[in-house]
Design a protein around this ligand. Structure first.
Ligand SMILES: CC(C)(COP(=O)(O)OP(=O)(O)OC[C@H]1O[C@@H](n2cnc3c(N)ncnc32)[C@H](O)[C@@H]1OP(=O)(O)O)[C@@H](O)C(=O)NCCC(=O)NCCS
Length: 150
């Protein structure tokens, strides 16, 4: 039987010295980042060190091929910034990362896990529905930003 990527892939928390690689992967995956706001190296390192169990990478050898950033607000668990390298998609990397992040959030006592998805993002909508998430059309997302680039 041939090995699939999932057989050899390592899933583990992202290390402090891998934050730059995580940002590059977000860019490669087409996710917008806020380098002058919440995505400065310093902010990301603070977030990672505050909850190292929730920022999880998928590694093919030494290469980070997927990443997920969970967060825990004490009431709900959140899934953010899930990204898989374009050449590694449709092999189950996102599903594996999402399962691992959900487990970490449940270990913290969270019983509801949420995510925000932009309407155009069909791949992401399909993924979350396939993982059992329910679309909540009666909720509208409001934000109050101290600047445009935060
Ligand atoms: C969305 C994304 C993370 C999915 O990663 P992935 O590793 O390819 O996803 P998986 O292989 O685990 O797919 C699991 C399931 O999700 C759904 N899915 C994933 N990509 C899909 C696509 N392009 N179109 C339709 N369904 C898709 C399918 O149901 C799939 O199961 P299947 O392959 O057995 O049909 C990836 O496309 C990505 O990085 N996109 C850019 C960044 C992004 O939009 N992130 C999400 C922010 S909310």
């Amino acid at each position: 039987m041939t090995n699939t990527l999932l057989d050899t892939m390592v899933i583990r928390p992202v290390r402090d010295d891998e934050v730059r690689e995580m940002i590059s992967l977000w860019s490669e995956a087409g996710l917008p980042t806020k380098p002058a706001g919440r995505d400065t190296l310093e902010n990301l390192r603070v977030q990672l060190n505050a909850a190292p169990d929730l920022i999880i990478g998928a590694f093919d050898g030494s290469r980070m091929v997927g990443v997920i950033m969970g967060s825990d607000d004490g009431r709900k668990g959140w899934v953010n910034r899930l990204a898989v390298a374009p050449d590694m998609r449709r092999t189950g990397v996102a599903k594996t990362l999402l399962n691992r992040c959900e487990d970490a959030l449940r270990s913290r006592g969270r019983q509801i896990i949420c995510t925000l998805i932009e309407e155009y993002n069909e791949a992401s909508k399909e993924l979350f529905v396939s993982m059992g998430y329910k679309r909540e059309d009666d909720i509208i997302y409001y934000t109050k930003r101290d600047a445009d680039d935060v």
